[in-house]
Design a binder for this molecule. Structure first.
Ligand SMILES: Cc1cc2nc3c(=O)[nH]c(=O)nc-3n(C[C@H](O)[C@H](O)[C@H](O)COP(=O)(O)OP(=O)(O)OC[C@H]3O[C@@H](n4cnc5c(N)ncnc54)[C@H](O)[C@@H]3O)c2cc1C
Length: 397
């Protein structure tokens, strides 16, 4: 491969790398090259459940999610492409907790959202049942509803950002693996790919579960590990989960289930607790034992009585890039000039992707950022400033 002139090389064309590339190309008019050993959006982004909420107990996450939702809502305009479509279903987000510690965490997070201007409503059990009639709420001590939420399609968003970035001159190199960094002293000067070297003054790694490769290239610890999760689609003709019904987060279930409409009639379900830690990153589909289907199915039936008769329509596995505090790492890597990272989205990176792309691009361009970047710095782990809120370390964050 010839070595095309680039100002910035982005490693990874997932929803995060594509968003970074789009924002670099539009904010900085830079010559951006994106390199991916797979194809655009074919990494973990293709496995996403796509849920969009601003419900977080970490205030900076609320800010990133709020700004991102505004981008999803007018995605075509945001990327300047009439044909771009995020596949947004703006059905809202309902979250309920029984008495106990999760109720206290929910109360704190809802109050914080309201304080930051997010329109959140507190619902009684009857009002909640009007919005989600297939569920029971008799054990709910606190119920929050967020109208500006729903779900979208991570693959469509990644390709939408990529297409818009291309229109601004960004070049995508698909099927090309990065195998190392080029360096002069402590400064990164490009990447070494399977097809040859590529030079640039700045390299941004958006490698998700493959970030440990960067650890091998730099000798600097990257605090992230791969964790496999399972997603199920259940269906019962007696109680379709329609697109008019909100996404539902069940803090009362053992698995802290999240559910949403899938294909207009089915229920997509996954657990909001730790998954299976993997020894190495891989995105191949794994077997889901029947015991796991029954375990999740029982929790679904306990919340949605008509789903006691439901069938499993489909299922798949996906892998999270988990950090010690379940929040992303964004920004420079001390000791390595010209290198920025964006990894560790811990199962909730899609909903943050527009604002994260903008934030990382602004850092790369040395422009002021609208959202504080420091809380996401890699140094926080060594300095003991973990980014956790009322929910503690976990995917709700
Ligand atoms: C099952 C599941 C459900 C989820 N549900 C939600 C949800 O409901 N809401 C939400 O907000 N988030 C959710 N997420 C998380 C969200 O999907 C991810 O945080 C987001 O898609 C990550 O995007 P990314 O660009 O960082 O990673 P990826 O899409 O994995 O992209 C990384 C890319 O880097 C490339 N790459 C890595 N190393 C190299 C190399 N050496 N050379 C070349 N290319 C390389 C890979 O090929 C890959 O394409 C979910 C994730 C999973 C797995």
């Amino acid at each position: 491969m010839s070595d095309p002139a680039a100002d910035v090389i982005v490693i990874g064309a997932g929803v995060i790398g594509c968003s970074i590339a789009f924002h670099l190309a539009t904010l900085g008019r830079l010559r951006v090259h994106v390199v991916d050993r797979l194809t655009i959006g074919a990494g973990t982004s293709a496995q996403s459940s796509g849920i969009l909420r601003t419900h977080y107990s970490v205030p900076q996450n609320v800010e990133l999610a709020r700004r991102s939702f505004a981008a999803f809502e007018r995605f075509a305009e945001y990327v300047g492409d009439d044909e771009a479509d995020a596949g947004l279903v703006r059905c809202g987000y309902l979250i309920a907790a029984p008495e106990g510690p999760r109720r206290a965490a929910l109360q704190t997070a809802l109050a914080q959202q309201q304080a930051t201007g997010v329109p959140v409503q507190l619902l009684g059990a009857r009002e909640a049942a009007e919005r989600l009639p297939i569920a029971r709420f008799d054990d709910a001590a606190l119920i929050g509803f967020e109208p500006e939420a729903g779900f979208a399609d991570a693959y469509l968003v990644a390709s939408g950002f990529a297409r818009a970035a291309r229109r601004h001159g960004t070049r995508f190199h698909e099927g090309v693996a990065v195998e190392g960094l080029l360096r002069e002293g402590s400064r990164v000067t490009g990447v070494l790919t399977a097809q040859g070297p590529m030079h640039a003054g700045l390299v941004i790694s958006a490698q998700n579960i493959w970030t440990p490769e960067l650890q091998a290239w730099t000798g600097i610890a990257m605090p992230v590990y791969p964790e496999r999760h399972r997603v199920f689609a259940f269906e019962t003709p007696a109680a379709p989960y329609t697109q008019a019904m909100p996404v539902y987060k069940d803090l009362g279930s053992p698995g802290m289930l999240y559910c949403r409409s899938y294909g207009g009639r089915q229920m997509l379900v996954s657990e909001g607790i730790a998954g299976e830690r993997l020894a190495a990153p891989e995105i191949e589909q794994a077997d889901i034992p029947m015991d796991a289907v029954l375990e999740v199915g029982e929790q679904v039936a306990a919340r949605f009585p008509a789903y006691a008769e439901a069938g499993l329509a489909s299922s798949w596995t996906g892998v999270y890039d988990v950090t010690p505090d379940w929040n992303p790492v964004l920004g420079a890597v001390p000791g390595v000039e010209g290198l920025l990272v964006a990894f560790g989205f811990s199962g909730h990176g899609f909903k943050l992707s527009p604002a994260v792309g903008r934030l990382v691009a602004q850092l790369a361009l040395a422009q002021p950022t609208e959202v504080a970047a420091d809380p996401y710095a890699i140094e926080r782990f060594a300095q003991g400033r973990l980014l956790t809120g009322a929910y503690g370390a976990g995917a709700v964050s």
